[in-house]
Write a protein that binds this ligand. Structure first.
Ligand SMILES: Cc1cc2nc3c(=O)[nH]c(=O)nc-3n(C[C@H](O)[C@H](O)[C@H](O)COP(=O)(O)O)c2cc1C
Length: 341
């Protein structure tokens, strides 16, 4: 793989599951990996300072079965980002991504995340230092702008300046971040989506790899973006309705392997991992909380959520909780005239 190229895939397009704090932890990623072999997965954001001073095994450790996997870092200081990237590469991540899109106050105080969209030269220097430090691709996740920045010119200047670092892959959340007055959650919904702005970026800079993100809810929608860009990244839809990932390998990556026949098969695939984790003292609910949406919109969805939320949190809860819920769903599936919940 050449530096900064997106993963080489059957049709040259990338499908990624977004970095999401508190959500895309290692258990979540292992779960998603049972549904799609090829989607590129991202960690939650880890700050460069945490990597420098914190418990690196806890912050960066992962299971090789999660690959292909990218580490997202937050920071704005070239030397510490370079050091953090080095740690990421040493741990085995296949890509290091810089967060230039997060609008939370805590992140703004640390002068990183989306507020860096106003400092393209600093981002260029950060990415340059990170690229010098590692041989895996270094990518940027950003917005189309912040606050009262002019959509077209400021964004073009940002991309132009940052790409001087040699960075060629940009994941673009297709809405601005409004840094004053909106919560991070509101900033994921209220600023309007502008997909055409991202398409134009690809048209104007065909040599860059552009991955589009924001408000993409289904695989049909994801596929509709692909003629215009190099890839798609889904966040909330992948988390809340993970079964949509089941068709990713076939439809996006052109794989002919049989996808899982049903979400019940995914439950089976998760069991060995869950057993391993329980044996290490991990609580069942820390894993199953990410699996709540597996049957979303499907027969048994409500039952599944109820059993997991009521029983997986009990002290000592084990695989039997999952097995009971799965057995009940299986028996319902055999019943005639079953309506989707
Ligand atoms: C709970 C949550 C946590 C998030 N944490 C991060 C993060 O750590 N880094 C980041 O770049 N984006 C983060 N995001 C933003 C997502 O990566 C993504 O850009 C955003 O949700 C829009 O995509 P979507 O509409 O497909 O969800 C987070 C989103 C959610 C819902």
């Amino acid at each position: 793989m050449t530096n900064n190229s997106p993963r080489s895939v059957a049709r040259g397009k990338v499908f990624a599951v977004a970095p999401m704090m508190d959500w895309t932890d290692r258990h979540c990623r292992m779960f998603h990996r049972q549904i799609t072999r090829h989607a590129l997965l991202y960690t939650e954001m880890v700050t460069a300072m945490a990597i420098r001073h914190g418990d690196r095994q806890r912050l960066l450790g992962f299971d090789q079965r999660e690959q292909p996997l990218a580490l997202q870092i937050g920071g704005s200081e070239p030397a510490s980002l370079a050091e953090a990237s080095r740690w990421g590469e040493d741990f085995g991540y296949g890509e290091i991504n810089l967060n230039v899109g997060c609008p939370s106050d805590r992140v703004q105080e640390g002068r990183f995340g989306a507020c860096l969209m106003a400092e393209p030269a600093l981002v260029r220097d950060c990415i340059g230092a990170m690229r010098d430090a590692v041989s895996v691709p270094v990518t940027v996740k950003c917005r189309i702008g912040i606050d009262d920045q002019d959509d077209e010119e400021d964004f073009d200047r940002f991309i132009e300046t940052v790409s001087q670092s040699g960075c060629t892959t940009f994941i673009v959340h297709a809405r601005k971040a409004w840094l004053k007055g909106l919560s991070p959650k509101e900033n994921r919904d209220i600023p309007p989506l502008n997909y055409h702005r991202v398409y134009r970026l690809k048209q104007n800079r065909p040599g860059l790899n552009i991955i589009i993100n924001g408000g993409i809810n289904t695989l049909d929608e994801a596929e509709a973006h692909l003629p215009h860009v190099d890839g798609v990244m889904l966040g909330r839809a992948a988390y809340h309705t993970p079964w949509i990932l089941n068709e990713v390998d076939r439809r996006i990556y052109g794989c002919t392997d049989e996808p899982a026949a049903s979400p019940l098969e995914i439950v089976e695939r998760m069991k060995p991992y869950i057993s391993e984790q329980l044996a290490r003292g991990v609580w069942l609910q820390h894993i199953t909380r990410h699996m709540m949406g597996l049957f979303s919109g499907l027969p048994g969805g409500r039952l599944w959520r109820r059993v997991l939320s009521e029983q997986a949190c009990r002290p000592g809860a084990g695989l039997d909780v999952l097995e009971r819920a799965a057995a009940e769903i299986a028996s319902r599936l055999q019943a005639p005239a079953l309506a989707a919940e």
